[in-house]
Structure formats: C-alpha cells, structure tokens
Design a protein around this ligand. Structure first.
Ligand code: UDX
Length: 427
C-alpha cells in the first residue's frame, strides 16, 4: 500500500524504512528541510542499527521524503503520525506537535478524493486519538469519520534496536473505531509473522503506557530491593537471577543500577501519572517509581562521599554519559544529576563516553571531556561508572593510572578486585 509517515525521528524514520522493506511505497514528511534532504540522500537523520542499509536499499525506489503535506496525503492511502510527545513543565503530555500534524493532515485531506486512514503511532495518553486527533481532522478536512478512517497503532521500539524490534515484534496492536480502518492498518503488517491484537483506540493507547510503565516499575523495584540488599551485604544480581526464574516474573529488566533514562520511560510514566490525576485517581505506585528513579543516581554520590567526604577540588572521572549503551542519546540520562551534584560539591569533573560527549557538552560545556577511558581515569581520585557500555566491563590496567583507585560502579560493569577499592551501587 501507499503510506505517508509524518515525523522523521527514530520512530518515524524506522517505521518508514521498515514499511518500505515490507514492500510498501512510503513517503516521509517532516517540517525540517535538513532531515528531508538527508533522507532523500539515503542518510539516516538518527543512528539506528540496520537503518542506513534499509535507506540505501529503498530511497529513490519506494521510499522518499518531502515537506509537502498535500503531495504526501494525495499520494498515500494511510498516514502515520510519528511526531514527538514531550512532557509539559508539570510532567503531563504535550500534544501540541500531534495536534499540529493532525491539522496539517486534515487540511490536505480536504482536497483529497478517496478514502484515507490516519493512524496515531506517537505515544499518546488514552482518549487522545478519539478526543484530540479525530475532531481536528474532521474540522480541518470538513469530512466526517467514515469518509476517512482513524486508528491507533503504538510502537514498542527500543532505541538502538528499533529496526530489529519493528521487524520482530512480540505484539502488534491496532486500535480502531471501525473494522475497515483496523483491517487496513493490520494488513500493512501482513509481512511480519506476529499476531495482531485488535482493540479500540484508547485501549491501544493504554497498552503502550502500561508496557513502558511496567518496565520502569520493574527497574525501580529492582533498585529499591538493591538499596536494601546493599545495606545487608547482599548482591542484588544474585537475588534477581533466582527471582527471575519464576515464569511469572522473567529474567529481564531486573538489573539494579543508577536508574532508567531515555526519551520514553520518564516521559511516559509522568504522562500516565498526569492522566490518572486528570481522571481523579492518585497513582501512588507510579509516583514512587519516579521517586526511586530520582534518588537512585544520587546514591552514587552518597557512596562516593562515604569514601571521600570532601569532594572539593577532587578529580572525579565519570565513565558513561548516554542514558544507555550503544546510543549518543543523553535524554534523562542518570549521569546528568550526578554531574550536577559533583559540580555543586566543587569536584573537578572529567567525563568520557564513546558516543555521547558532543550531546553532553550542550548541558555541561565547562567540565573536562576525554576521548578514552584511560585518559579520563588518569590522575583521578575516583571514578563513577554511569552507563552500561560493554567496554567498561573489560577495564583492568586502566585503573592503574588513577591517583586513588576508587571505583563506584552504577551499572554492574565490574566486580570487586584486589588492587582497587571497588564499591557496587546495589551489590
Ligand atoms: C524503552 C522500552 O524498552 C521500549 O519498549 C519503548 O518503546 C521505549 O522505551 P529505550 O528507552 O530505548 O526503550 O531503552 P531501554 O533499553 O528500555 O532502557 C531504558 C533505561 O532503563 C536505560 O536507561 C537503561 O539503562 C535502564 N535499564 C534497563 C535499567 O536500569 N535496568 C534494566 O534492567 C534495564
């Protein structure tokens, strides 16, 4: 089928490339000319494993990009809204971009003959598709639902593994108000061997939030258990390895550490808290998931100060800036509150990350950055491991260049060693 994808972030670009791989004709739409130009040259605007190969294969054949909504809507049968849904100051979801995209689609739809389906793929709080997107499209197009279709189709893509996750999903969820719209959207995935869960839009919206909120809850739960274990001299990883054998729990997302970051978990849990509030419910558990995640990175500082009470003038090496390994993304990275606290304590901060240094310079331009782990460790009074980069597992002789071999490990990358004062965050 002919598809248009509105928004070329990691969800939009990956979805467009994967739909093209499934044999569809795809037009990407964005308001940023630079992104359009990069895509039409087959250059991915974001890093995702496997994405550049798909762009090289499909751009100029069945994948293109434009900033022209009229062209995109007139030359497609289905439009996916894949724009950002950031948090407001109060943590609630900001739907401004989704609404702007909906209005642009509606305006173009007014001029189009023939049936068209609009699909919300952006992560939006329950009721958004029906009460936020649908009215805007009806108003702007002058058409009524039935003359066009609407559906909600959430994504469950992990940053850095989004192409893999799109092509190998454990679920495909399609929420629609009518069978025709839902059938059309479900048919787009016929090339993927995965059952399609059919439901209504608000249930599809909620499935996405609950999926992320539960994963975040598992992490905060593991961290709370880890903090208790730490006081008892118990290794949380040993506990969770056994607990994860329970088929009702599973072994994944039980890694205690410095907490969760990224563009999704914090935003989505806060948005769900905000929506619960709007409907008159106080989400105690979800609030505590966020509360644990806020204090977790600061426990790194507590453990550091147990060893070095006065950090003023001390050189502290921060290993890892990205919110997780294999990405340059620092959004909500747990290293941010740690660096902020170190600066406030008067420490001399030096940081290293394989991919995220340029991103972090925008937040902390005045700290020192090094281009390797050994350089950042050289002459340091302590080091904090903040991101689970594989290279930090193999650090060994590099610790010899430290002035004081004190390692506070926030990601279970290392283990106790004879010639280093090693402190695990939850182990
Ligand atoms: C997440 C969800 O996994 C994905 O399904 C959803 O679509 C988007 O949000 P992502 O944010 O890319 O994906 O990262 P993920 O790999 O889930 O890790 C999120 C954060 O949790 C990272 O900061 C990671 O370090 C942390 N984490 C993960 C833990 O602290 N412990 C764990 O056991 C797992």
């Amino acid at each position: 089928m002919k598809i248009s994808v509105i928004g070329t972030g990691y969800v939009g670009t990956v979805s467009a490339a994967c739909f093209a791989e499934l044999g569809h004709e795809v037009i990407c739409v964005d308001i940023e000319p630079l992104k359009i130009d990069m895509l039409n040259r087959g250059v991915p605007p974001i890093y995702e494993d496997g994405l550049s190969e798909l762009l090289e294969k499909h751009v100029g054949k069945n994948l293109s990009a434009t900033s022209d909504y009229d062209f995109a809507i007139n030359n497609s049968e289905v439009s996916f809204i894949c724009v950002g849904t950031p948090s407001n100051q109060d943590g609630k979801i900001d739907l401004a971009i989704v609404k702007a995209a909906s209005a642009s689609i509606g305006k173009s739809l007014r001029k189009k003959k023939g049936y068209h389906v609009i699909v919300v793929k952006s992560t939006v709080v329950p009721e958004t598709t029906e009460k936020g997107v649908l009215p805007i499209i009806e108003n702007q197009s002058g058409k009524k639902l039935g003359e066009f279709g609407i559906a909600m189709n959430p994504e469950f893509l992990r940053e850095g593994k989004a192409v893999h996750d799109f092509m190998h999903p454990d679920k495909i969820v399609v929420g629609s108000l009518d069978k025709r719209s839902g059938d059309i959207v479900a048919s787009l995935y016929s090339g993927i061997n995965c059952e399609v869960t059919r439901t209504n839009p608000r249930t599809a919206e909620m499935i996405k939030y609950v999926n992320n909120a539960f994963l975040a809850t598992k992490i905060s739960f593991s961290n709370e258990v880890g903090n208790i274990c730490k006081e008892l001299g118990i290794d949380t990883y040993e506990v969770m390895k056994a607990v994860g054998k329970d088929f009702r729990i599973g072994p994944h997302f039980l890694n205690s550490g410095a907490g969760f970051g990224g563009s999704c978990f914090p935003k989505d849990v806060k948005a769900l808290i905000g929506k619960a509030h709007d409907v008159g419910y106080e989400p105690t558990l979800l609030r505590s998931v966020m509360a644990v995640n806020e204090i977790q990175p600061l426990r790194m500082i507590t453990l550091l100060k147990n060893k070095l009470p006065d950090l003023k003038g001390k050189k502290i090496a921060v290993l890892g800036l990205a919110f997780k390994n294999d990405t340059d993304d620092i959004r909500e990275s747990r290293s941010i509150p740690v660096i902020k606290e170190l600066i406030e304590e008067g420490a001399q901060v030096c940081a290293y990350d394989k991919m995220a240094i340029e991103s972090m310079k925008r937040i902390f331009p005045d700290i020192e950055y090094c281009n390797s782990a050994i350089d950042v460790l050289r002459g340091s009074d302590a080091c904090l491991i903040m991101t689970e980069w594989g290279e930090f597992k193999s650090l060994d002789k590099e610790f010899n260049v430290m002035k004081n071999r004190l390692v506070i490990d926030g990601r279970h990358m290392q283990s106790p060693r004879k010639d280093v004062d090693y402190v695990g965050l939850c182990w």
